[in-house]
Design a protein around this ligand. Structure first.
Ligand code: ADP
Ligand code: MG
Length: 582
């Protein structure tokens, strides 16, 4: 027998809606911060415990909620921000759906304390699992404090979908830092697990906020954007071409004060950098677009993270030319590094071998060196070649200060000195790791200042770094002290070595610890290895070749790029028309 159709009780309806509005702790933070901003707060203070599952508290000094309206605020579809259907097309506030407080209240125990300006006493309301428990008068400063306890405590299924605490905390960091940047005239304070994660002054200076998010150095380097095309206005900051990230996560767009995730905006930005960045690198950007409210439909998604533009193509091209103009104004001579124009292949420390690349007659005809192809199917068969070690090589010399030429039992080897050195360092590191890695104490410890998010990332990886020979300790909120670095890196500036590591740490769930270490090592080796363009003394060339011969996987760098190209005698003979000529 099917169940009869019924209208769901309000609590259940709210819980269902809550699934869309509050997906994770950071969504709660987002809704509550937006409410505070809508209430014209000048100060927003956020306290997080247990990655938000135990407590999220947001205190603001905004207009407050009138005592008699408090129960309404936690009712579904109750809002003070929208009166007519027509208003929906001229939204000036961040909220308008009247769903957030009801949703949050249905999946937690929420305590709202609020006092409006002309009242001398505040009011407090407790909602537990969607049911209003109690309401009482209470002394309170003007503004609103919302305490969300035991989030998802009554929806265990949802708790299971949350990521590790570090990840949830990172989402909260990311969210609050972005709002701090978008609203520099508002004082933000974020405390996570008893530690201050972010504090801004609210003096309206965005570059100052940037400095607290990244570092003073990056904030100084960021380029200002301020462009206007008719009723499109875009302000904010973009990184110069030499400050980049390995992923797009540090690209932020706000549209009319609302953080939006829109891939076409990101694409427009990245395109504007076209040819100015190395392949696989992305800019950092925080851009704030203002357009007439009727140009953008914000009512597309319950979490309001997606928007629909009425004239998408126009916005796209306005973003692109604003960025391009700012870049060209600040970057007179674009520098193109061809050295990095390969597409990285993912496996790090993979045991799978990439075969040596050889020119086919066709490729030779085109006059190009073969490009590494990812699939082994494309590789010309080389039956006699050993697939693993390289044979003993006789060094001939260095060409173009980037490659070594050597002769082997079967022809010529062209070796990329940077990739080869990366491989050598990588294997030395990984070999030492099994015992203990030689560490070298610094005569004078060096300090490094990091951004909020980098701090969190580094803290997570401190044990792994310790194992790899770094001695790094916390030294102030976002500052670390480097006491020792791996002896293999003694030629590198310690702070540079550490920065490289932090820069690209995985954003989300961290894989196996062993993999992290391999990644860290690969990254450091990349930075520590000799560069193309570096003249090597004959002894150094010789040593590099000997070291490479000793490697277990000499044919690729730790990032999967080939270290060498082999031109077999057979191939040479064919090319010179001595054998099998057409
Ligand atoms: P919405 O923001 O879409 O209107 P919410 O559920 O987030 O819906 O909030 C409901 C109402 O409660 C808001 O319209 C507003 O009037 C009031 N409110 C919520 N948070 C605050 C706050 N921090 N300060 C003042 N009023 C608030
Ligand atoms: Mg709201």
């Amino acid at each position: 027998m099917p169940m009869p159709i019924r209208i769901l009780p309000d609590e259940i309806a709210s819980q269902i809606a809550a699934g869309e509005v509050v997906e994770r702790p950071s969504s709660v933070v987002k809704e509550l911060v937006e409410n505070a901003l809508d209430a014209n707060a000048t100060s927003v203070s956020i306290t997080i415990l247990g990655a938000g599952k135990q407590l999220i508290e947001i205190a603001d000094d905004g207009t407050g909620i009138a005592p008699d309206e408090l129960p309404l605020a936690v009712t579904r579809h109750a809002t003070s921000k929208l009166a007519t259907a027509d208003d929906l097309f001229h939204i000036q506030t961040l909220g308008f759906r009247g769903e957030a407080l009801a949703s949050i209240g249905s999946v937690s125990r929420t305590i709202i304390t609020s006092r409006i300006e002309n009242s001398n006493v505040g009011m407090q309301l407790v909602v537990d699992g969607g049911v209003v428990q109690a309401q009482k008068e209470i002394g309170a400063p003007q503004g609103t404090v919302i305490r969300v306890e035991n989030l998802f405590g009554n929806v265990p299924a949802r708790l299971k979908f949350l990521k590790k605490d570090v990840t949830e905390r990172r989402h909260i960091d990311a969210l609050v830092t972005r709002y701090a940047l978008a609203y520099p005239q508002v004082r933000f304070r974020l405390e996570q697990e008893g530690k201050l994660a972010l504090q801004t002054t609210g003096n309206g200076n965005r570059r100052e906020v940037l400095a607290s998010l990244y570092s003073a150095e990056i904030a100084r380097k960021m380029l200002e954007v301020d462009a206007q095309y008719e009723d499109f206005r875009m302000t904010g900051f973009i990184s110069p071409t030499n400050v980049t990230r390995g992923r797009r996560t540090e690209i932020t767009f706000f549209v009319n004060g609302r953080w939006v995730q829109d891939s076409s905006l990101t694409t427009a930005l990245v395109r504007a950098y076209h040819t100015l960045l190395m392949v696989g690198r992305f800019p950092i950007a925080a851009l704030f677009i203002e357009i007439p409210s009727e140009e953008v439909d914000v009512n597309v998604h319950p979490a309001k993270a997606e928007v629909r533009f009425r004239h998408r193509d126009r916005i796209f091209s306005d973003v692109q030319r604003s960025v391009r103009r700012a870049l060209l104004a600040h970057t007179p001579v674009p520098e193109i590094t061809t050295q990095m124009q390969w597409t990285p292949t993912p496996p790090v420390a993979s045991t799978q071998e990439t075969p040596i690349w050889e020119m086919t007659p066709d490729e030779q005809k085109k006059g190009d060196l073969p490009m590494p192809q990812p699939g082994p199917a494309d590789v010309p068969a080389q039956p006699e070649l050993p697939t693993d070690r390289v044979p003993l090589l006789r060094l001939i010399g260095q060409v173009a200060t980037a490659y070594l030429i050597a002769e082997g039992p079967d022809g010529l080897y062209l070796i990329d000195q940077h990739a080869a050195h990366e491989r050598v360092l990588f294997e030395k590191f990984m070999a030492q790791r099994n015992n203990s890695i030689a560490s070298q104490a610094l005569l004078s410890p060096e300090t490094v200042e990091l951004s909020v998010q980098q701090t969190r990332l580094l803290e997570d990886q401190l044990p792994a770094l310790q194992k790899l020979g770094f001695t790094v300790e916390s030294f102030g909120p976002h500052t670390f002290l480097i006491r020792a670095i791996p002896a293999l890196l003694s030629g590198m500036q310690p702070s540079a070595a550490l920065r490289v590591l932090v820069e690209d740490f995985e954003e989300d769930e961290t894989p196996l610890q062993a993999e992290i270490e391999a990644k860290i090592v690969a990254r450091v080796c990349k930075r520590a290895a000799v560069k193309a363009g570096q003249v090597l003394a004959p002894e150094a060339q010789q040593a590099l070749i000997r070291d490479l011969e000793a490697c277990a996987s000499p044919r690729t760098c730790p990032h999967g790029r080939p270290t060498m190209i082999h031109l077999s005698v057979d191939l040479l003979e064919r090319q010179f028309g001595r054998r099998g000529a057409r």
